[in-house]
Design a protein around this ligand. Structure first.
Ligand SMILES: C[C@H](O)[C@H](O)[C@H]1CNC2=NC(N)=NC(=O)C2=N1
Length: 116
């Protein structure tokens, strides 16, 4: 599956018991979002990327776009908004890890930049 295909997909409603991304799938999916890191915090894997901007207002506008994306997909990230920087972190709370949804949303988050 290509990055292009990830951005064209939509999140599925997921609840506890939904499958985390398997160790076999992980490398392939990570390769499609090369600017994202996959930190593990308190045993929970996440997808995280920092986006840099010239000032606070531009960072704020991007954070708003990510929030709109989240509502559209009904899948919600952590967003840290700072002067000139937005850190977006995707993971699936219901399964305490990363689901395919998180990769779809990370790819869609990158696509928001191209739309700027
Ligand atoms: C009630 C529950 O929070 C909702 O079903 C959705 C909302 N958005 C969500 N977003 C994320 N990242 N993980 C979830 O498990 C999740 N659950």
């Amino acid at each position: 599956m290509t990055t292009e295909q990830l951005t064209k997909q939509h999140c599925e409603a997921c609840q506890a018991g939904a499958p985390q991304v398997s160790d076999e799938e992980l490398p392939t999916l990570l390769a499609q979002i090369p600017d994202w890191a996959a930190p593990v915090r308190d045993g929970v894997m996440m997808l995280e990327r920092e986006f840099k901007f010239k000032n606070y207002k531009l960072a704020w506008a991007f954070a708003n776009k990510v929030s709109t994306l989240a509502e559209e997909e009904f899948h919600h990230p952590a967003i840290l908004l700072e002067w000139g920087k937005v850190t977006v972190t995707w993971w699936t709370h219901a399964i305490r890890g990363v689901h395919k949804n998180d990769f779809i949303c990370a790819a869609k988050t990158d696509a928001l930049l191209d739309a700027e």
